[in-house]
Design a protein around this ligand. Structure first.
Ligand code: ZN
Length: 236
């Protein structure tokens, strides 16, 4: 299978990390497509923010707008059917006996990346970009560098292809992610990400903080707030 080295597909959820990855890809590749997934999330706020962010990105960054191709949203309802977690059910966000937060959807990134590779194969896209990170993550094992590298090998063997799974955030923390956004698109991109992306697990959108919108107390909000503080203090 011949894949085009100048093309990328970004897993874009509507959150801070994947929005930064999208800007990273737009700096590097000639054409960039996006893909997102619905799987029975407990709220649709992140998914609702996706087109808002994409429209604002096109309006504010004309050079990137020319490179930004189609957006695909895949319905993975079956994943919601088989996973019993705080991301897909109205259950408390807490630590489980396995030492993982109850927001963990087992295998989610493996499934997302496999579907992304299926689309990339059809489109002839070599680079698949994901915002996974093992620096200040929540302990999700499918975000680890080794997991992603193993999956790259499995996908390339299983599809007889040479995909590259790109993980620009793997070794930086949340403060570093804000700093990366600033390097890529200046203060305008930082403000766009701050204002229009969504991280809060509870889907709170009507409360605004320095670091963006959210409940302010769930683990995702805490992580985002701490990263923003360190970034603003110049610690990134
Ligand atoms: Zn929150």
């Amino acid at each position: 299978m011949a894949l085009d080295d100048s093309r990328a597909l970004v897993l874009f959820s509507g959150g801070q990390d994947s929005a930064t990855c999208l800007a990273w890809a737009l700096e590097r590749f000639e054409t960039v497509e996006t893909i997102g997934f619905t799987y029975g999330q407990r709220h649709s706020v992140e998914m609702d923010q996706r087109p808002i962010f994409l429209d604002a990105l096109r309006a504010g960054f004309p050079d990137w707008a020319r490179r930004l191709g189609p957006d695909t949203v895949l319905d993975l309802a079956a994943l919601g059917q088989v996973s019993e977690t705080a991301l897909t059910r109205e259950t408390e966000i807490a630590m489980t006996e396995a030492g993982l937060p109850s927001t963990f959807v087992p295998g989610r990134n493996l499934i997302f990346l496999t579907y992304a590779a299926t689309l990339a194969y059809r489109r002839g896209i070599r680079h698949i970009v994901t915002g996974v990170c093992e620096t200040d993550y929540s302990g999700y094992p499918d975000c680890r560098d080794d997991t992603i590298k193993a999956l790259q090998v499995a996908l390339n063997l299983g599809m007889e292809a040479r995909f590259v799974l790109e993980t620009p955030l793997m070794w930086i923390d949340k403060a570093g992610t804000w700093a990366l956004a600033e390097r890529l698109g200046g203060a305008a991109l930082v403000e766009l990400i701050r204002d229009t992306t969504h991280s809060c697990y509870l889907g709170v959108r009507d409360r605004e903080h320095d670091w963006g919108h959210g409940c302010g107390t769930c683990p995702a909000c805490e992580l985002r707030a701490k990263g923003w503080e360190r970034y603003r203090a110049g610690g990134a």
